[in-house]
Design a protein. Structure first.
Length: 205
């Protein structure tokens, strides 16, 4: 009974943490506290939240390996879906506020602005992952599901590229996100297997 309750609390905490930025933005919109450029505030708020949750999703596997507990993996899907929802809201804001729903303007931006090309490519890669995140799709796709979901790695690099490309002056914040991402991706390289292989070879010689 205990572990189920613990997982439930963790899930509730994850939902609360993921919903908080949306609630804060909604409150600021309602109370008229979005600053001098409300569209920019909304786009930046949704974009940075999407990126943070995407990185949190990628942190779940290392966390599972470090703690030896199953809960991080149980939270991974929830986090991934929240990241995708924020991305869709972020994209929708840009389509409505910046482009006034003009598809020709979207085409123009995709060709002319590298950061839009990178953000859009990230979104395109992550959309099928969200759509196939259910148990049913996991069963249907079998081993291909794992390969498909590895698209999260290039997608996260594209998201960081999007942020780096769009900042004009201080690149510190996007570089911090890139640093975190590189650590999370580096963790997945087979270091431990190599180390074990080298140590094994040393003990047998
Ligand atoms: C779907 C295609 C996307 C479009 C068209 C798009 C568009 C934009 C625009 C117009 C801005 C504001 C740029 C400015 O300040 O001049 C922005 C900022 C941002 N976007 Fe995107 N974006 C897309 C996808 C994404 C994705 C997938 C992520 C992350 C997973 C993301 C993360 C960010 C971040 C972190 C910022 C900057 C936030 C800040 O300055 O604090 N975007 N995006």
């Amino acid at each position: 009974m205990r572990p189920i309750r613990f997982t439930l609390w963790l899930k509730l905490a994850a939902w609360a943490l993921c919903l908080y930025p949306a609630a804060a933005l909604a409150w600021r919109t309602y109370s008229g506290h979005l600053g001098a450029n409300p569209v920019e505030t909304l786009e930046h708020g949704s974009g940075s939240t999407a990126l943070r949750i995407l990185l949190a999703t990628l942190a779940m596997t290392p966390l599972r390996q470090l703690t030896g507990r199953p809960e991080p993996i149980q939270l991974r899907r929830t986090l991934g879906l929240f990241a995708c929802v924020y991305m869709c809201v972020h994209f929708a804001m840009y389509l409505v506020f910046d482009l006034e729903l003009s598809l020709p303007k979207l085409g123009e931006d995709l060709v002319k602005r590298t950061y839009i090309t990178l953000g859009f490519s990230c979104w395109l890669l992550l959309l099928p992952l969200a759509l196939t995140s259910t148990d049913g799709w996991q069963r249907r796709l079998k081993r291909r599901w794992k390969s498909l979901h590895r698209l999260i790695y290039p997608a996260a690099l594209l998201a960081c590229g999007h942020f780096i490309w769009l900042v004009k002056k201080d690149e510190t914040e996007p570089m911090i996100y890139l640093g975190v991402l590189l650590v999370l991706l580096g963790w997945r390289l087979p270091w431990r297997r190599w180390a074990r292989g080298i140590l094994g070879a040393q003990t047998t010689t």
